[in-house]
Design a protein. Structure first.
Length: 306
């Protein structure tokens, strides 16, 4: 019988977007609500706001940039340098519209909570790790809203977004309460490990997952690690290169074509790949160790694969 001398016998590492919840449907609905609210305040069309958003997202390197409105050229021009009015009107109202819509759409997949409960009951010393290309703060905000943050033992995300400033006076173009939350690095009372990774640790690069494995003393024991994600190229391909067991969340690729097209209206395609798989499965796609048709199948994958 093999004696395991490392700290953890097994390790589960999860992607977030389209792995534990339907990110595409959520984000399209929320951002369209934001655009419509800003249009109602400024008369700037939704199509113009969406087109300008592509450029801002590309510049910021992330679709999930929480300070989008105050960086849109047409909105800046509309308020003619009056940042305080812009924040109190378009920014605050747009943010509220986004959050209100999130209440309806930011929900975990149907079997996620029961599956997490089962994992914690069957393997109480088995860490569950989140590894995402989303900004660290945004990732924690989503998991907290989903009601599943407490199931994780550690979260690894990319650098938080920079706070926009007025070029004339260098004042932050953010409401004081929101600014304080970002400066305080709100952790939502999370008790686990929080690691902010450099931008060049983005998947499908191996350094992010390698950092997780080193932190949890799993190097050399990759056959006892299960890495789960929806993107064959980025997630499964990453696992294959490191020799880690990988599970493909196939259910996370079942996206309504109209919703996917709506996402591309405001998101540059190269940035979308951080959050959603756009590539169909092909003969040369990376091959996972197990394919999941629902999150609940993760229990059997843990038992049979690692």
């Amino acid at each position: 019988m093999k004696i395991l001398t490392r700290k953890y016998e097994k390790l589960l590492v999860l992607d977030i977007d389209n792995t534990v919840f339907d990110w595409v449907t959520y984000y399209v609905a929320c951002l369209n609500a934001l655009f419509k609210k800003v249009e109602s305040v400024t008369d700037i069309s939704v199509s113009t706001l969406a087109k300008e958003s592509k450029l801002v997202f590309e510049e910021q390197g992330s679709i999930e940039y929480p300070f989008l409105i105050q960086e849109l050229p047409s909105v800046i021009e509309y308020y003619n340098g009056d940042s305080e009015k812009m924040i109190s009107e378009a920014v605050d109202l747009g943010r509220i519209a986004f959050k209100d819509m999130a209440e309806s759409y930011l929900k975990p997949y149907e079997t996620v909570i029961d599956t997490f409960k089962t994992i914690k009951e069957k393997w109480p010393q088995f860490p569950i790790i989140a590894l995402t290309d989303a900004p660290r703060y945004v990732a924690m905000w989503k998991l907290n809203k989903l009601g599943i943050l407490h199931y994780f033992d550690a979260l690894y995300g990319l650098s938080d977004p920079k706070i926009p400033t007025d070029p004339d006076n260098q004042k932050a173009k953010v409401a004081p309460g929101i600014l304080i939350k970002h400066l305080q690095q709100n952790s939502f009372d999370f008790k686990g490990i929080i690691r902010t990774l450099p931008e060049d640790y983005e998947k499908p690069g191996t350094r992010g997952l390698k950092t997780v494995l080193m932190d949890h003393d799993m190097e050399g024991h990759f056959d006892h690690v299960l890495w789960v994600g929806d993107n064959l190229r980025k997630d499964v391909g990453l696992g294959n290169r490191l020799g880690v067991k990988s599970a493909w969340a196939k259910y996370g690729t079942l996206i309504n074509p109209e919703t996917k097209n709506a996402l591309l209206e405001f998101s540059p395609e190269n940035n979308v790949h951080k959050n959603v798989s756009l590539d169909p499965k092909s003969d040369d796609s990376p091959v996972p160790d197990v394919t999941l048709d629902s999150f609940s199948e993760l229990i059997a994958a843990i038992e049979n694969v690692i």
